[in-house]
Design a protein around this ligand. Structure first.
Ligand code: E4P
Length: 217
């Protein structure tokens, strides 16, 4: 499973990249607003921090303007992935860009049928939002399992990018289902490393090692 980090905070991205476990970055207009930085400038900086796909989202709602915005964004770097919303205009844009060899991430997916449409439009990634689905009383993971089945039935090349991840159990469940990618805030990715028994084990080993009076180096 690929790990993307869902943030426009370049300090956090650099920290994640240093682990060697980071495969890409996703942003959205809300994350860009939170960064307080210029969109094109921050995407360029993120693209320098990772070789993986960096999702940059169009903000127009019509196909013609989406194409113009995508033109600006895809010029920033080779690893820019254009993010479009799951609407008719978004999917028209997805088809045009994908046919032209540009990676597209179709976002705001809340149904398996929407994911089927994105697959047919040639999306590189489909982003089903599990957390926001859970928020309104549906199990977001049912959506991931349905999309997995549909994409496998028809051999779609579109990767399932589990988004709106809120906690480590989302990542565990997505991995068990066989999602291709997950994107999560830095705090959720960091939480994956932690286990109280690991901490306790290290403390015990260190205490016993100190008694030996030895050093390795
Ligand atoms: C994904 O690409 C989105 O940026 C993100 O996962 C949305 O998450 P949220 O529902 O926590 O805002």
């Amino acid at each position: 499973m690929k790990f993307f980090v869902d943030t426009a905070d370049t300090t956090d991205i650099a920290e994640m990249a240093a682990t060697g476990l980071l495969d890409g970055v996703t942003t959205n207009p809300s994350l860009i607003a939170k960064s307080g930085r210029k969109f094109v400038e921050v995407i360029a900086e993120i693209c320098d921090l990772t070789d993986g796909p960096v999702s940059a989202e169009v903000v127009a709602l019509d196909h013609a303007t989406m194409m113009k915005e995508a033109e600006v964004l895809r010029k920033i770097a080779d690893n820019v992935c254009i993010k479009v919303p799951l609407t008719i205009d978004g999917l028209k844009t997805c088809k045009a860009l994908s046919d032209d060899g540009t990676m597209v991430n179709v976002t705001l997916c809340f149904s398996a049928n929407q994911a089927l449409l994105a697959g047919k439009a040639g999306a590189a990634f489909i982003s089903p939002f599990v957390g926001r689905h859970d928020d309104i009383g549906f199990d977001g993971m049912d959506l991931i399992a349905d999309i997995r089945q549909i994409y496998d039935n028809y051999d779609f090349g579109t990767e399932i990018l589990v988004a709106s991840v809120r906690h480590p159990v989302h990542i565990l469940q997505a991995a068990k289902i066989g999602a291709d990618v997950m994107t999560a805030p830095p705090s959720v990715i960091k939480a994956l490393f932690n286990h109280p028994l690991t901490e306790k084990g290290i403390a015990g080993f260190m205490a016993d090692w100190a008694k030996t009076g030895q050093s390795i180096l």
